[in-house]
Write a protein that binds this ligand. Sequence first.
Ligand SMILES: CC(C)(COP(=O)([O-])OP(=O)([O-])OC[C@H]1O[C@@H](n2cnc3c(N)ncnc32)[C@H](O)[C@@H]1OP(=O)([O-])[O-])[C@@H](O)C(=O)NCCC(=O)NCCSC(=O)C[C@@](C)(O)CC(=O)[O-]
Length: 412
Amino acid sequence: MSLLSSATVRRRAYRHLSKRTFSSSNRPLADHVRLVEVGPRDGLQNEKQSIPAETKTELVRRLARTGLETIEAGSFVAPKWVPQMAASDQVLSSILSNPPTSPHPITYQWLLPNSKGLDNMLKTMNNSNSSSGYPTPPPSPNMPSSSGYPTPPPSPDPQDSGPALNTSSMDPNAMSSSTSGVDSMTQARRTNTSAPTQKHEASIFLAATESFSKKNTNCTIQESLDRFAPLMTSSRAAGHPVRAYISVALGCPFEGPDTNPHTVADLAIKLLEMGATEISVADTTGMGTAPTTRKLLQTLKEAGVLTEDLAMHFHDTFGQALVNTLVSLEHGVRTFDCAVGGLGGCPYSPGATGNVATEDLVYLMRSLGAETGVSLEEVSRIGDWITGEIGKGNGSSAGRATMARLRREGGS
Ligand SMILES: CC(C)(COP(=O)([O-])OP(=O)([O-])OC[C@H]1O[C@@H](n2cnc3c(N)ncnc32)[C@H](O)[C@@H]1OP(=O)([O-])[O-])[C@@H](O)C(=O)NCCC(=O)NCCSC(=O)C[C@@](C)(O)CC(=O)[O-]
């Protein structure tokens, strides 16, 4: 892809804003941060030893009880490329036929590389529908707003660029375990025992560099866009909104740390124009730093990409994920991807390690006075359990500290 001038990107952004037909269904309140749990997919896909489908399903079931509202539960990619995800159809079938218990509706996301992936996802859904009585999603015209999604909450004050940071000396770890991690709103929602509904979304992915695009999906960036146009139309028509990742946005394992932010902005606009409901900007390699994250977010803003259409997806390879999260929060981003226990890594990004840990993000947000609705104790128990199941060290500092406290208190 040619390097685009900022003027070209700005022109495209103007087009994108004037042609905007999508709505941001996940628009968060100013003091609410939405966490997208990617542990069952991004967290497990790179594990070498085969993990039983039952373990993956159990992970999703446990996560569904924590207050998380969005869980990426698997992928429908070529098994030759990522064998670990081959049982995602079993995970999906299980979720449909025996819905996980959760305090509120959950959106499950499924990563797709092409239309074959979408066909396989829809086939699994249809098979499960006929055997489980799960209602077939209504066909919808190509408008995400008519796909049965709830009305978005009131939009934040446009002047508000971030939650008021909590500068008090309160130690969030000192909260009593009876209230910590779950606010009164979440507690109230938990009293609702009626059967929760579930939604399913597709997530697609392309790269901001040609080298990574080739390695990860065996095609150029333009070929990715060409592949995704019909996939997105079909997915939305079947009632499944589409989220889009842009990988290697802050550094590429093959081309180095200087990914062109204008390329990222241009791709974000194209994907939004094609109907993506959200762009997850991914620091696949964890090379991002506070200055490069700030520069990327500034470039996206100047190009006309709204913060409510963005999620940030940080890997913690160089220990910068929380710093970059803070920079993003200050910039106004309110959606972050994470993986319990700090699991994760991309099979086609050599050397890259796990995603930022869910437990660490919950702890950070709580310290800043931003609400996630997620229980720190519950996700810490899950991080402890799943890393033990797959024989890995627990990659979450907040998770390890919380487990140590729970064990001291006899409540693990
Ligand atoms: C895109 C392809 C398929 C191209 O791979 P290809 O080899 O060029 O595809 P093909 O069309 O030539 O097909 C090859 C074989 O795969 C089959 N096939 C083809 N598609 C599918 C499918 N969907 N599901 C099941 N099977 C499929 C197809 O039927 C055929 O089977 P055969 O005839 O040889 O038996 C491949 O490169 C691929 O699957 N890549 C996915 C790689 C991947 O999953 N990477 C990790 C996820 S991305 C990531 O982790 C980054 C992210 C999202 O987390 C954000 C970040 O941090 O950056």
